[in-house]
Design a binder for this molecule. Structure first.
Ligand code: AKG
Ligand code: FE2
Length: 359
């Protein structure tokens, strides 16, 4: 018998159905199914203005064509907040180097960390803006604001789909800082039959929810999602959509009823350059394990007991946050960031570097 998380395609949800009381129940039922059985979905008619999307998509070719010194000016290695540019091959996922270059931005905030505060508060801080491309800043800021709003609308729908009495408990987990990556995968020139890792298999660890814009034309493929039966399902470009998926903290808070699903990007032989823009809705840094597990535990246990077939297996949660020895989400994030960007770790977090890298 197929397990509950076998799927062979990713559902497409029309958020406009929420605007009419006669169609909203249909949307909520589709959403509940996608949350519990797939962990990945597309949204269309999502309400994000087309100009905010096309402005950022159109900025990508010029941004990535900047000369090396303009990229160096905003290198991630300058930033204790892990914001800025990192080059092709500098990040590893599942033990292998990823083939992508990226600019990482976040909600624009001051750096106000002092030694009286937990070290993870130093993750909060301002962006680095390339001086060679001054028009980028308003484009990115507008996009982050719009995606912040979409994330909030989406959380309200999720609360209803999961029968929560109110969305407030979900909002209480949110951070003041959401993160955005502008990503370019290079064209591939491989021999037939070989595949290159754009980004290796992973579950999103840095956010509550991810909203991904596939910013290339529909013939450019690459994103794949792991079904419960072990097969990789293509997630092609659906024009006018965002791909939405669950982050690891949300899996923890729902007691594993909603699972973070593994995904990857593979570059096939002769594949063209590919752009994507993931927005990671942030989780508050001070969140403790106890709060994450305990706040909605009773609700999700009841949901599981009411529909044990639908949420079968809900008890197992595979979470570095829960399994790790660090009690807050912020510290667990800081550790992850230091491990994946060791140059930044050594430079700004020298006194904890060995602890986080060797433990
Ligand atoms: O580029 C993509 O399509 C996916 C990127 C991704 O999964 C990530 O950055 O977490
Ligand atoms: Fe991801």
């Amino acid at each position: 018998m197929p397990s509950r998380r076998d799927f062979n395609q990713i559902p497409v949800l029309d958020l406009q159905l929420a605007d009419d009381i006669s169609t909203k129940p249909q949307l909520l039922a589709q959403l509940r199914h996608a949350l519990i059985h797939v962990g990945f979905l597309y949204v269309v008619n999502h309400g994000v203005p087309q100009t905010a999307i096309s402005d950022i998509v159109n900025a990508l070719p010029d941004l990535f064509s900047l000369p090396p010194e303009a990229k160096e000016e905003v290198a991630l290695s300058n930033s204790p907040h892990f914001l800025g540019y990192s080059g092709d091959g500098t990040e590893t996922t599942a033990g292998k180097a990823d083939r992508r270059e990226q600019f990482e931005f976040a909600t624009e905030l001051d750096a106000k960390w002092s030694t009286a505060e937990p070290l993870y508060e130093r993750l909060r801080g301002p962006n680095q803006w390339p001086s060679a491309y001054p028009s980028l800043r308003p484009i990115v800021e507008t996009y982050i604001s719009e995606m912040t709003l979409l994330g909030q609308r989406f959380l309200r729908l999720i609360a209803e789909a999961l029968s929560l009495p109110s969305p407030e408990p979900l909002f209480a987990f949110l951070s003041d800082q959401h993160r955005l990556k502008l990503v370019r995968y290079p064209p591939s020139t491989l021999e037939p039959g070989s595949l290159v890792q754009g980004v290796g298999p992973h579950k999103d660890s840095s956010g509550w929810w991810t909203f991904l814009l596939q910013a290339s034309s529909p013939h450019v493929r690459g994103l794949q999602v792991l079904s419960g039966n072990g097969s990789w399902i293509d997630a092609p470009v659906v024009p006018g959509s965002f791909v939405v998926n669950i982050g690891q903290a949300f899996e923890v808070v729902t007691g594993g009823v909603c699972k973070a699903t593994t995904h990857r990007v593979v570059l096939a032989p002769d594949s063209p350059e590919r752009f994507s823009i993931p927005f990671f809705q942030g989780v508050k840094r001070s969140l403790t394990k106890q709060e994450a597990v305990g706040t909605l535990e009773d609700h999700f246990k009841r949901l599981h007991d009411k529909d044990p077939s639908g949420t079968q297996g809900a008890i197992s949660i595979d979470s570095p946050f829960l399994e790790g020895k660090y009690d807050t989400w912020g510290e667990s994030q800081l550790r992850t960031k230091i491990r994946s960007h060791r140059d930044v770790g050594k430079k700004f977090y020298g006194h904890v570097f060995d602890k986080y890298v060797n433990e």
